[in-house]
Design a protein around this ligand. Structure first.
Ligand SMILES: *Cc1c(COP(=O)(O)O)cnc(C)c1O
Length: 501
């Protein structure tokens, strides 16, 4: 018996039942041992690709007795970078590195070097960090509709999109507790909203009600309306969503939230630094930001299309009062009067400097030009995908392009793309693959190569549908396995594997 077999035996059970009986199943004699063996087998198969350096590079399991020569360390680091950089530099990777032009990266590195010791926690020592962060927030707010409302739009700089989302949800939870006495908070997010909202729900004890999408992969507005109850603290929409690049009907959703006196968060982690410029360029961009009175918070990732280095994002709020629910304060600690605005205590001031420098160096004209190149590249790839009969685009996205197939195993297509050096994102429910286009893909020839390779991959899979191996069986199984606990445990084992030296 293997996991696949077990699945076949359990297929007839309703999904809700399965979740309930799953934990009892593992207590059956033999089942646990067999599933354990299955995990071990899958992880052993992955070890080589996850730990490619175990042969050629020294591993450290304790601090070396005496420090190594700095030039030797730099040499090793250069070696590792040289193995990894070409793939993203040449534009084979979905998302991940959003700008990446060498001269721009060099500039950001120079900025980091100048401010690498700064910590915004120490407002007295580094008021420069405070200046950078206040201005990053102000510039982002202005870009996202702050000038089109009387309310003050404020926010904070955080470590990334996930932290922006965690903070916004914590803020709504604490406000609802204080102002409405809500003890069992719930929130509503379309199934396509980023899983950081699941993380927020887990961390902060909030029930997350996931609502379905319409056939266009945008949130189903009436399903959201029906999901509202007395405990709802916030409704979420994406602009656009990570899986399908679809922009939810933010105007309708935020209006419903406003009518019920509930917070509304637009997750513009992905689109915050693209959609305003796409709109100015004349692309069809529905309203999604603070120009809508029902939008009470937003997240926008400076470390994605803001082109800053990894490690910054902005969360924004309508009104200073709402932001105050985010802050942590301690008045009685022997360590002194303490406050921190975000999850972290000490923070990397160098990254705030880099973010600030990225924004003022790009300028509005730079972002506009980047968006133009991005969307023109996307248009070319969309045409290419439309010309391949076996695959279709999910919805009508601008630059995050998800494609699926009714006739081929799309994960086998992805595997073939991997063999051609591509790194794409596998999606599930429905099974599909996406590429989030970045400036790396706007380099000459990249879009053409993507379409050509995709065409070849599709042809190959059509002619070899039975081929075994690769990641397709794992993704195929993970997408359909009724035992979701087994899938989650597999992810935990994978995390364990990453930390193995
Ligand atoms: C990337 C992303 C996030 C999470 O951001 P991280 O920076 O990876 O933590 C959240 N929402 C959307 C729509 C995203 O694309």
């Amino acid at each position: 018996m293997d996991i696949q077999n077990l699945q076949n035996q359990l297929k007839w059970l309703p999904a809700g039942w399965l979740a309930k009986i799953e934990k009892y199943l593992y207590r059956l004699p033999g089942v646990k041992a067999k599933i354990e063996a299955e995990y071990d087998g899958i992880m052993a198969g992955m070890e080589e690709s996850v730990k490619p350096y175990s042969h050629d590079f020294q591993s450290y399991t304790q601090i070396p007795e005496t420090g190594l020569d700095r030039s030797e360390i730099i040499h090793q680091l250069e070696d590792l970078k040289d193995k990894e950089a070409p793939r993203w530099q040449e534009g084979f990777v979905s998302g991940a590195v959003y700008h990446g032009d060498q001269s721009f990266v060099d500039f950001l590195n120079q900025v980091y070097a100048i401010h690498s010791q700064a910590n915004p926690l120490h407002t007295d020592i580094w008021p420069s960090s405070t200046k950078f962060e206040a201005e990053i927030v102000a510039m982002t707010a202005r870009m996202l509709g702050a000038a089109e409302t009387k309310d003050e739009i404020c926010g904070t700089v955080n470590s990334g999109g996930t932290e922006s989302i965690l903070l916004a949800i914590k803020t709504y939870r604490d406000r609802a507790r204080q102002q409405k006495g809500i003890k069992h908070p719930e929130m509503i997010a379309p199934v396509s909203a980023h899983t950081a909202f699941d993380k927020a729900a887990q961390y902060f004890g909030i029930k997350l009600n996931r609502t379905p999408l319409g056939p266009d992969f945008r949130a189903d507005v009436s399903a959201v309306r029906r999901a509202i109850n007395r405990n709802t603290i916030a409704i979420i929409g994406s602009a656009p969503s990570f899986p399908h690049g679809a922009i939810d009907p933010i105007e309708e959703l935020s209006t419903i939230a406003r009518q019920h006196g509930i917070g509304f968060h637009t997750d513009a982690c992905l689109g915050g630094f693209v959609l305003p410029w796409a709109h100015k360029l004349g692309y069809p961009v529905p309203s999604f930001d603070f120009c809508l009175p029902g939008v009470t918070s937003m997240s926008a990732d400076t470390h994605k299309y803001g082109f800053a280095a990894k490690g910054t994002s902005v969360v924004l709020y309508r009104g200073l009062e709402l932001r105050r629910f985010q802050y942590f304060t301690a008045s009685d600690w022997p360590g002194g009067l303490y406050f921190s605005p975000t999850l972290a205590g000490s923070r990397p001031g160098g990254l705030s400097a880099v973010c600030w420098a990225a924004m003022i160096s790009m300028g509005q004209a730079g972002y506009m030009d980047a968006t133009k190149r991005l969307l023109e590249t996307a248009a070319a790839i969309k045409v290419g995908i439309a010309e391949i009969p076996e695959v279709y685009l999910l919805g009508d996205p601008l630059w995050v392009l998800a494609f699926g197939s009714d006739t081929l195993n799309i994960f086998q297509v992805m595997d073939h793309m991997i063999s051609k050096n591509w790194s794409l994102n596998p999606l599930q429910k429905p099974n599909a693959v996406h590429i989030a286009l970045t400036l790396r893909h706007t380099q000459p020839g990249v879009a053409e190569k993507f379409v050509q390779d995709l065409r070849e991959a599709v042809t190959y899979v059509r002619e070899h549908p039975q081929e075994k191996g690769g990641s397709a069986p794992v993704y195929g199984m993970a997408a359909t396995l009724p035992l979701r606990g087994v899938v989650r445990e597999m992810l935990r084992r994978f995390a364990d594997l990453l930390y193995k030296v």
